[in-house]
Design a protein around this ligand. Structure first.
Ligand code: X8Z
Ligand code: ZN
Length: 611
């Protein structure tokens, strides 16, 4: 008898015997009766969704409190809630696997697959190991959240403060001190991370996966191997654009800091790019700006001039969504969200969007800085919230995005519509301040320094984790493997030699926070695809980087149709709704930056590109 068959018979026998016992009947020999496996699967799923929905609410509430008030006690409560939720997820994933090989309706099969594939941190079934894993996860998160760089006992900088300085300082020594100082946060994480990897791998193996990385890559409606190939294919499409940008920015950095510091044929030292992780470079736009094409405005300045505080920034972002026809955010959003860094306690400042009750209780948590960069991040976060609300009527297991890249792409798609014309319509620029067409290269350069520069970073974070999870990289090699990938993909190097205790991946939120990262790479491809299609729908006939979908309700409706599907269908079907295509495709980002690429190639003539 096949496994599913055995399971079905066994379950029937048990069900019948216990139903009789419960009615006070005499125990009888279980009888074989035919029950449709489809109805067994359905009732299993109804109970599973019910249980998960309840536990998820408890978990999110505990996590919200923990991340807003990091203490020993809140860490412990969050870890407890996490271990309850994970134990249920793991048990249900094992049960779901018993339906393997049975012919079921597509949506039933999809829910079972979601149960099997979507545990981010699968614990071993053993209760002690589960509790240990949950505690490690909470502790790692807390270590990052509490992290500071102290110049002296009473002069400590938080990460947002350091990020602000790194954005504007052009003093290489100061930049290096911050770069190095922040990385003191992570060596103590390393033993915890090592243990976390080992426990979560054990959990993944018990569920039938080779390792946790394979499990993460299984959640994209294709085989894990095909997913890796797909990531590399997309990277191959954009690599020439990235290399052209890298070449130009490196040359300009060489002019600014001297070629002793920035060698013309070597990877760029990672502290000079305006961002703690060198993942976006828009903050050093003025170093690489095309001459005579400066857009002439700076969003950070415009926000200040027009009196935008944190609240007004969030309201501004909300207005974009409501202009597309989305309902305004509920009162509770405004009452319960965190917008500014509290002075009196430790919080996880890394921006996040929450859905506490699967219905209306959506919030963001963010230590907003009053900059143009953060204005985009607010749009990013609200994209999550509007997505969550759009799929709230789906059943529990479908209350998610089509794939995780979609979740990350929605708010960014909206932010691509934050164009000069949009800023004029909302009063942040006057008609005279709108840059003319000959300033397009400047606008494109600024955008590329954020979006194109991000791509290899978006790819390599999980390449590193996949190697770590598979055992290809041992704990002794964690840091060295990290820098190898940073050099290979980004062409960025550590500015000083790293000592053997260093654990630099731990200084990036998503590693101690255990958030998969491939999603952001996908989002950076998808958001340009969405933008291009939505702009076509809006009848845009100018250059795509000048297009804004602001105020277009018809376009909003189309977007909402995709969001409302949640995870109920394979992601290519969701993609097709907005783009008409079932393929992720980097030609949209290439089209967007085509004029810049031509210009970069000219600038790079005579330079030695690559590293
Ligand atoms: O973590 C985020 C969001 C929250 S989901 C702010 N992002 C990645 C990062 O900061 O590293 C957005 C882009 C990449
Ligand atoms: Zn996000």
């Amino acid at each position: 008898m096949s496994n599913p068959e055995k399971f079905r018979r066994g379950l029937l026998a048990i069900t019948l015997a216990s139903a009789l016992a419960a009615c006070g009947e005499q125990a009888v020999e279980p009888k074989q009766i035919e029950i449709d496996p489809a109805s067994l699967a359905s009732s299993f799923l109804i109970n599973a969704e019910d249980e998960l929905a309840t536990l998820r609410k408890e978990l999110y509430r505990a996590e919200w409190i923990y991340q807003n008030f990091i203490t020993e006690d809140t860490a412990s409560l969050a870890a407890d809630a996490n271990s309850r939720y994970t134990a249920a997820q793991v048990r249900l994933a094992h049960e779901a696997a018993k339906f393997d090989g049975i012919d079921l309706a597509a949506s039933t099969r999809r829910k079972l697959d979601i149960l099997k594939f979507s545990i981010v941190l699968p614990a071993p079934a053993d209760a002690d190991k589960n509790a240990e894993l949950a505690k490690l996860a909470a502790d790692l998160n807390g270590m990052y959240g509490k992290g500071k760089y102290c110049l002296s006992a009473d002069n400590c900088l938080t990460l947002p403060e350091m990020s602000n300085i790194m954005a504007s300082s052009r003093d290489a020594d100061e930049l290096l001190a911050l770069w190095q100082g922040w990385r003191d946060v992570s060596p103590p994480m390393k033993p915890l991370y090592e243990r976390q990897v080992s426990l979560a791998n054990e959990g993944a193996k018990a569920l039938g996966f080779n390792d946790l990385g394979t499990m993460w890559r299984s959640n994209y409606d294709m085989s894990p191997t095909d997913f890796s190939v797909e990531m590399d294919r997309l990277w191959g499409q954009v690599k020439p654009l990235y290399e052209a940008l890298h070449c130009h920015v490196r040359a300009k950095l060489g002019e600014t800091y001297g070629t002793d510091l920035v060698s013309p044929d070597q990877p760029i030292p990672a502290h000079l790019l305006g961002n703690m992780w060198a993942q976006t470079w828009g903050n050093i736009y003025n170093i690489a700006a095309p001459e005579d094409a400066d857009p002439g405005f700076d969003l950070t300045t415009q926000l200040a001039v027009h009196g935008y505080d944190e609240l007004k920034m969030v309201e501004g972002a909300e207005r974009f969504f409501t202009s597309l026809g989305f309902e305004p955010l509920p009162d509770t959003f405004w009452q319960r969200s965190l917008f500014t860094q509290p002075a009196d306690r430790d919080v996880v400042c890394h921006a996040s969007a929450w859905d506490l009750d699967d219905q209306e209780d959506i919030r963001i948590k963010m230590c907003i800085q009053k900059t143009g960069e953060e204005y985009a991040v607010i749009h990013h976060e609200l994209g999550h919230n509007f997505y969550q609300r759009a799929y709230k009527d789906q059943s529990t297991l479908f209350q998610n995005s089509a794939n995780d890249g979609f979740h990350e792409a929605i708010g960014d798609t909206i932010a691509l519509s934050v164009t000069p014309e949009y800023l004029r319509q909302t009063g942040l620029l006057t008609a005279e301040e709108i840059p003319s067409a000959d300033k397009d290269l400047g606008l494109l350069m600024k955008m590329a320094m954020d979006k194109v520069a991000f791509l290899p970073f978006g790819l390599l974070v999980d390449k590193w984790r996949w190697q770590v999870f598979s055992g290809e990289v041992s704990p002794q090699q964690y840091n060295q493997a990290w820098w190898q990938l940073r050099e290979e993909y980004q062409g960025v190097k550590a500015p000083i030699s790293r000592d053997e205790n260093a654990f630099d991946p731990g200084a990036k939120y998503h590693v101690p926070g255990n958030t998969p990262y491939a999603r952001y790479f996908l989002a950076h491809i998808l958001q340009f695809q969405f933008h291009r299609s939505l702009c076509e729908m809006a009848g845009n006939d100018g250059p795509i980087h000048r297009c804004t979908i602001y105020g277009n309700k018809e376009v909003g409706e189309k977007l909402n149709a995709m969001l409302a599907m949640g995870a109920s269908k394979p992601w290519p079907e969701a993609l097709e709704i907005v783009t008409g295509s079932k393929q992720m495709d980097a030609t949209a980002i290439l089209d967007y930056f085509a004029p810049l690429k031509t210009w970069l190639d000219q600038q790079n003539i005579g330079r030695q590109c690559g590293w």
